[in-house]
Each structure stands twice: as structure tokens, then as C-alpha cells.
Write a protein that binds this ligand. Sequence first.
Ligand SMILES: NC(=O)c1ccc[n+]([C@@H]2O[C@H](COP(=O)([O-])OP(=O)(O)OC[C@H]3O[C@@H](n4cnc5c(N)ncnc54)[C@H](OP(=O)(O)O)[C@@H]3O)[C@@H](O)[C@H]2O)c1
Length: 268
Amino acid sequence: MSTYRETALITGASSGIGRELAKVFAKNDYDVVLVARREAALRELADELIENYGVEATVMPKDLSTREAPRELFDSVQAAGISVDVLVNNAGVATTQFFRDASFEDTMNILHVNAASVTGLSHLFLNPMIERGHGRILNVASIVSFVPTPSFAIYGATKAFVLSLSEALSEELKGTGVTVTALCPGYTQTDMISGAFQETGYAEIESLVPRFVKMTAEKVAQEGYRACMSGRAVHITGLPNQLSAQWLRYQPRWLVRSVGGMMARMRK
Ligand SMILES: NC(=O)c1ccc[n+]([C@@H]2O[C@H](COP(=O)([O-])OP(=O)(O)OC[C@H]3O[C@@H](n4cnc5c(N)ncnc54)[C@H](OP(=O)(O)O)[C@@H]3O)[C@@H](O)[C@H]2O)c1
């Protein structure tokens, strides 16, 4: 007799936080659908999850930077007969270039991957969840969702968008059996952060960030999983990040903005 397992679809599962989230869900007996562009990395992860946890792992390579991507992914999932119980919008890209210096293509790419695809996938997967009377959406925002971020302008803006969307949906969906959680990690050791520092030529900044602030992708994923399962609306990872977010809330916005601007100009 086969037992029913719930399914979690995780975007950006080929590396970093998404890869670790896929492992946590599989460890907790979820079948997984793994989405990103790098198919080989997804296949390797799928094999590992099948072998270690005996779950089903489906690989769906997809570039989420196009307008059509959310609809195409949703249709592929439907065609495969998979019903998604948990949607994890984790895929993301960043640039540390000034807005005026980044190319038009990179700028629109960030907007599509970090904000439009999150919106589209949430919209498409939500109604089947409501019809079933249960489901969870975990959106990976950031600690920078709470502050304006000069030199990360478009990245920070998309993360503020994700936080705002998630909080509003978590209220709209009360009583439906569907929860929405915004996960707000701080500095997490992944390809994204090392890439961002290399981009500005400030690899040494890495060594200046205090060790107690840095988190592993594994720890962030574990906290994200727990927050998602408890249906919490917002979760900031790690005590140091929670304290800084709280502290920032009590500072005048002009001050936070100006200090961010000064630091960005110094880096440039
Ligand atoms: N690292 C941090 O300090 C930090 C802090 C706060 C929030 N976050 C957020 O955490 C999430 C995961 O980032 P990470 O730190 O784990 O970085 P990462 O290791 O670079 O992972 C990013 C993931 O997004 C996927 N992705 C990028 N562009 C894509 C596209 N066009 N289509 C489909 N998938 C795409 C990548 O897969 P492919 O390249 O294979 O497509 C990869 O799996 C992001 O939303 C990021 O903003 C990170």
C-alpha cells in the first residue's frame, strides 16, 4: 500500500539556500519538485534525495526570468499530475552595481526572477491550494526587505516587494487553510554573496563581517522550514539579524537611508 506524501516545489534548488531547503523538505518526508536553470545540479540533488530519504524528486529545469515562465512551469507541473502542497519561492539574483551602471538586461532580469516570478507562481498555485483547503507558500525575502539599499537598489526593492506581498497575502488567506511566510535571511554564505562581493571588487568585506552574523545555508533552511510549517507570517533568521531589524525600526528612515548611501559611495 502506497502512502500519500505531500509535495514541495522549490525554485532555485540548484545551490545555496534552495538546495538546503530541498534537503530539509525531503528529510521531513516531502516529495520535491526541483526548479532552476542548471539541470545537472538539480539531477545530482534529486539522486541524492531519492537515495537518502526515499522520496520522489522531480527535476523541472526552468529559467524564471521570462514573463511566460510561471505559467509554463505551472502547466508542466499540472501535466505531470503533481499537486503542490508547499510552494517555495527561493530563486533570486543580485547585483551590487549602482542602478545607473547595471545593464538594462540585468536590471529586468532581477525584477523578473525576484519579484515577477514570485507573484506569478504564488497566483497560479494558490487557488488549487485554497480548493484543497490546505497549502503553504514560503517566499524568500531578506533582511534588506526592511531598509532602502543604495548600490543594491533593485535587489532591495524586489525584496521589500516580496515581504509586502507575503504579509498582505498571509492576512487575506486567513481561514482558507493556506499560509504565507516571508523568510528574511541576513548574511548567508552562498554563491550569491561571494558573487556580489566579487562584482564590486570588495572581497575583503567578507573578512570584515563578524563571524556571529554569518549563517550557513543549512541553518537558514532549517529555520525557514520551521517558520513555514508553523505558518508564521515573517521570520528573520538568527538572533543578531532579528535584533538589528528591530533596532533599525526605531531609527529615522532618513538616517538609515543616508548611512546606506554613504557606505555605497565609499565602496564605489
Ligand atoms: N545569501 C544571502 O546572504 C541571502 C540573504 C538574504 C536573502 N537571500 C535570498 O536567498 C535566495 C537564495 O539565494 P542564495 O543565497 O542561496 O544564492 P544562490 O546559491 O546563488 O542561489 C540562487 C538560486 O536561484 C536560481 N536562479 C537564479 N536565476 C534564476 C533564473 N533566471 N531562473 C531560475 N532560477 C534562477 C539559481 O539557480 P540556477 O543558476 O541554476 O538557475 C540558484 O539555485 C535568493 O532569493 C536570495 O535573494 C540570500
